[in-house]
Write a protein that binds this ligand. Structure first.
Ligand code: ZN
Length: 353
């Protein structure tokens, strides 16, 4: 049966195409590539899904969850970096942080935004891995429009809409980007649903890494539940410092799972997320759909199968709530499309039962 989920889209994602990422000071091949979204779109079109171009939205929803300083930094950083000549001297083409205002550095003082452009990145970014390249802002801002267009469809009565967006967003907090993410598309979506009259919303994050961004943004609120299944940060995985079961928060559930967990353990965790949304009284879901929990993805060791993703979709769809699915991670080009397709087919199957 053909997929009936509308797929929202912007060609502008291709403007964010860094060829390298920086990890422990070494330039490595980037893997958050335009081909990811293009492969997903192709697979969903093959399955019969209709693709809808994103409509432009104002900054209201963006500024409802992010510091205006972060948004302004992202909007202008690469232009200023380029104008300052840093691509030629010392030869760094992309914006990258080098000093970070950790509590240890500040010793209790409030951080100030540095004058030096080369240092300013550290005020808004929490890692030295996530570079801002020419075109990054345009792509990240378009991803917000893709997510909000999917939210519009659900608010207009669609039971499910899928935002085929990149770069991903789920690691971005109120005022800091990182983890290959720049703007928190899922959090923006959840806030838009709230501002449009949905009283209680759940952000369910099944990416292989902790959805620390939404968790931080909604940490002190009970109208937006944040729940995440992810590889145990204690086992040595990003974001390392966060994502533990006892991290706390007002309406938050973290379900860390061990490396090598596979379908059974991971799906049990997905069911815990579903139950948390039901207990929360959520009236709509935002699913942060990373498919990097799949076996073979070098960015996480969870070994979930395509059938596992299909079953996760069934369980999420079985909740029977209006749902916006927002694309996050998933880096193996040969399988990323199939995994998203399986999840959405499972969702529609679960929904119809
Ligand atoms: Zn991930």
């Amino acid at each position: 049966m053909a997929l009936s989920v509308p797929v929202t889209w912007s060609d502008a994602h291709r403007l964010h195409a860094p060829t390298t990422a920086v990890w422990i000071g070494v330039a490595i091949d980037a893997d958050e590539l335009p081909a990811r979204a293009d492969r997903i779109r192709g697979e969903l079109e093959d399955a019969g899904a209709a693709v809808i171009d994103a409509e432009q939205h104002g900054d209201d929803a963006l500024l409802a969850v992010h510091d205006a300083g972060l948004v302004d930094f992202l909007r202008t950083a690469w232009k200023h970096w380029d104008e300052a000549g840093l691509p030629d001297d010392p030869g760094q083409r992309d914006v990258v942080g080098y000093i970070f205002p950790t509590p240890g550095l500040l010793g209790g003082l409030e951080p100030r935004v540095p004058e030096a452009l080369s240092a300013r990145t550290g005020a808004w970014c929490f890692d030295a891995m996530t570079v801002v390249a020419g075109g990054t802002w345009e792509a990240a801002r378009a991803a917000v429009d893709v997510a909000l267009t999917a939210a519009d469809l659900v608010l207009a009565g669609a039971p499910l809409a899928y935002a085929c967006c990149r770069p991903p967003g789920h690691h971005v907090t109120h005022s800091a980007f990182g983890g290959s993410c720049y703007v928190n598309n899922a959090a923006v979506t959840a806030q838009r649903l709230r501002d449009s009259g949905v009283a209680r919303v759940a952000v369910l994050d099944v990416d292989a890494h902790h959805g620390n961004g939404a968790r931080a943004i909604f940490r002190e609120r009970d109208d937006v539940l944040t729940a995440s299944v992810h590889v145990d940060p204690a086992a040595g995985w990003f974001p390392h410092f966060l994502g533990f079961a006892d991290d706390g928060g007002t309406a938050n559930l973290n379900v860390p799972v061990a490396p090598g967990s596979g379908d059974e353990v991971w799906l049990d965790a997905v069911s815990q997320l579903v139950r948390a949304a039901q207990e929360h009284g959520s009236e709509a879901l935002v699913v942060a759909l990373g498919v990097d929990a799949a076996g073979g993805d070098p960015n996480a060791p969870l070994d979930v199968t395509e059938d596992g993703f299909r079953e996760a979709g069934r369980r999420l769809g079985g909740v029977g709530l209006a749902t916006v699915v927002v694309q996050e991670g998933g880096y193996v080009l040969d399988i990323v499309g199939r995994l998203v397709r399986a999840t959405l087919e499972g969702f529609e199957d679960g929904r119809s039962r």
